[in-house]
Design a protein around this ligand. Structure first.
Ligand SMILES: Cc1ncc(COP(=O)(O)O)c(C=O)c1O
Length: 401
């Protein structure tokens, strides 16, 4: 860990809004799945910058692509075409089964775009006769972002309360409660939104029955089904989209996190039927879909496919989950192990914050979500040997409690 006297800490304290509970470490570089701090100490990264650094650090292809594009052109505004945006849109449509893409710079912005599509879809369907169909049904313990629109859909009181009133007409139901969902959706709903695996909510996987109920309710009431795949999408589960193989196709999908390989990048994908809901003058972004971010995304998919990383994620995920389940058998305070692929959570019967700090001191970067759930989001290029090291480190830390 960095020395307590690092000048970075004092500057941060003096000049930066205190929005984050930062650990006292300054990371200066990385190699593969390892992070290196300003004193040269190495840490095994099992968080990937919260699901962003999916291909690890200092990947030679990423470095080469970035510097090649920097020497060509970094920004082209959306009044013109760039070489990569439409190619990337085609790729995202082919992996998702959807037909249109809008590019922005973060997960939150993708959610904002989804809200606007849902509202405009209902508005157009009514022939422009008002906004009676404006409600959105979202889930308790969800997380969709911090801007006022995305926050309005986020079902966690602690994030919302200081900023209320938020946008009206949002109803929250518990995850995996199909009866509650049915009771909340009516003809006033323009959309249902859910993370197929809730990330910040503590790695909670939505079951097929619930996803299926959401689809049928949307069909019955003319609402759009939005899957927020910002954290669980783009390969994390061993599938490009976490809903694949679950028998449900959404109308809108939000993506971000690893999409730009560390360059800020978000996307909203939609069906052909939603294409006319974002048209000239209805939405836009200065930076969205720029040549650098789009080229990085295309490189992301190429590396994923050439290195067959989806299969690798499934294999590694099974191996890692088996190790976590062994710990559950050994330690009675471990209540549950949840997740798919390389998005895994371990629910404890006490807050996990101190354990996260202990692991960091021992050279492992993990995180805690929803207070009691240790959250693991390792890079896709991590090895079984490295994951075994983490399991041993957890075992030691648990034994010392
Ligand atoms: C599921 C989900 N949606 C949206 C967001 C917001 O994304 P961003 O922080 O890129 O704006 C996050 C961020 O953690 C997320 O996990």
């Amino acid at each position: 860990m960095s020395a307590p006297s690092s000048p970075v800490f004092a500057l941060d304290q003096q000049y930066v809004f205190p929005t984050y509970d930062r650990a006292p470490v300054v990371f200066v570089r990385g190699e593969g799945a390892e992070l290196i701090d300003e004193n040269g100490a190495r840490y095994l990264d099992c968080l990937s910058g919260i699901a962003v650094n999916a291909l690890g650090y200092n990947h030679p292809r990423i470095v080469a692509t970035l510097s090649d594009q920097a020497a060509k052109i970094l920004h082209v505004c959306n009044l013109f075409h760039n070489e990569y945006q439409a190619q990337l849109a085609r790729k995202l449509c082919s992996i998702s089964g959807l037909q249109s893409a809008f590019f922005c710079n973060s997960g939150t912005e993708a959610i904002e775009a989804a809200i606007k599509v849902a509202r405009n879809h209902a508005f157009r369907a009514s022939g422009g006769a008002g906004h009676h169909k404006h409600e959105i049904v979202a889930l308790e313990d969800s997380f969709h972002g911090r801007t006022l629109g995305a926050l309005s859909l986020t079902g966690q009181r602690k994030y919302r309360e200081p900023f209320e009133p938020l946008i009206p007409g949002i109803r929250f139901v518990p995850a995996n409660d199909a009866a509650a969902l049915q009771a909340a959706v009516n003809e006033k709903a323009c959309a249902l939104i859910m993370e197929p695996i809730q990330g910040e909510g503590g790695i909670r996987v939505l079951n097929r029955e619930f996803l299926g109920a959401a689809r049928s309710l949307c069909d019955r009431h003319g609402a759009l089904l939005i899957f927020d795949e910002v954290q669980c999408g783009l390969g994390r589960t061993g599938f490009y989209l976490s809903y694949q193989g679950k028998g449900v196709q959404p109308d809108l999908v939000t993506l971000a996190k690893p999409l730009g390989l560390g360059i800020p990048m978000g996307a909203l994908l939609g069906t052909r039927a939603t294409r006319d809901d974002l048209t000239l003058g209805t939405h836009g972004s200065t930076f969205g879909g720029g040549p650098l971010a789009c080229r990085m995304s295309l490189e992301f998919f190429q590396i994923m496919e050439e290195e067959r990383l989806l299969e690798r994620i499934r294999t590694l995920g099974n191996h890692f989950a088996a190790g976590l389940h062994d710990l559950k058998k050994k330690f009675s305070f471990v209540k549950e192990v949840r997740g798919e692929g390389l998005i895994l959570g371990m629910e404890l019967d006490f807050p996990g914050k101190d354990l996260v700090r202990t692991l960091l001191q021992r050279g492992y970067v993990i995180n805690c979500a929803h207070e009691r759930v240790l959250r693991f989001l390792p890079p896709y290029i991590i090895t079984e040997v490295q994951l075994d090291r983490l399991i041993r480190a957890l075992d030691d830390a648990f034994s010392g409690l």
